[in-house]
Design a protein. Structure first.
Length: 131
């Protein structure tokens, strides 16, 4: 039963993490990624979001003003259909996202991004989220 196996593996990882082994997931991740890349049979996920925390940049350096800090996610055919990278800068959450046109049209991606932005804005005390 695949669900019983998944539950068993999850429990073993959870116990290991609780015991202080913070690298236990790396052993599974490497073999999982190699298997997916070799077989090209599955995606690594439907969506992903990487959060980089607060940037170390200042909003102003002498006469130079920094308005936003952006980074880019490179989507590929085995990765998630919708990928994003977020960070805080100057009191705002800035979020960049990307997808492959084979997976989502620009309009579909925009609708997803706006919906996620709306959810994030409702959770933040200082909107708006910049996309």
């Amino acid at each position: 039963d695949p669900w019983q196996l998944a539950h068993s593996v999850q429990n073993k990882f959870y116990r290991s993490l609780k015991a202080g082994d913070h690298y236990v997931a790396v052993t599974l991740a490497e073999s999982f990624l190699k298997s997916i890349a070799r077989k090209k049979s599955a995606r690594m996920g439907a969506a992903s979001l990487n959060f980089n925390g607060e940037t170390q940049f200042k909003p102003k350096y002498g006469e130079t003003v920094v308005n936003d800090i952006h980074s880019f996610v490179s989507p590929y055919d085995l990765g998630p259909e919708f990928a994003g990278q977020a960070r805080f800068f100057n009191g705002q959450l800035i979020w960049d996202c990307a997808c492959l046109e084979a997976d989502l049209s620009g309009g579909e991606a925009r609708v997803i991004a706006e919906e996620i932005g709306s959810i994030l804005n409702s959770a933040l005390s200082r909107p708006p989220v910049k996309i």
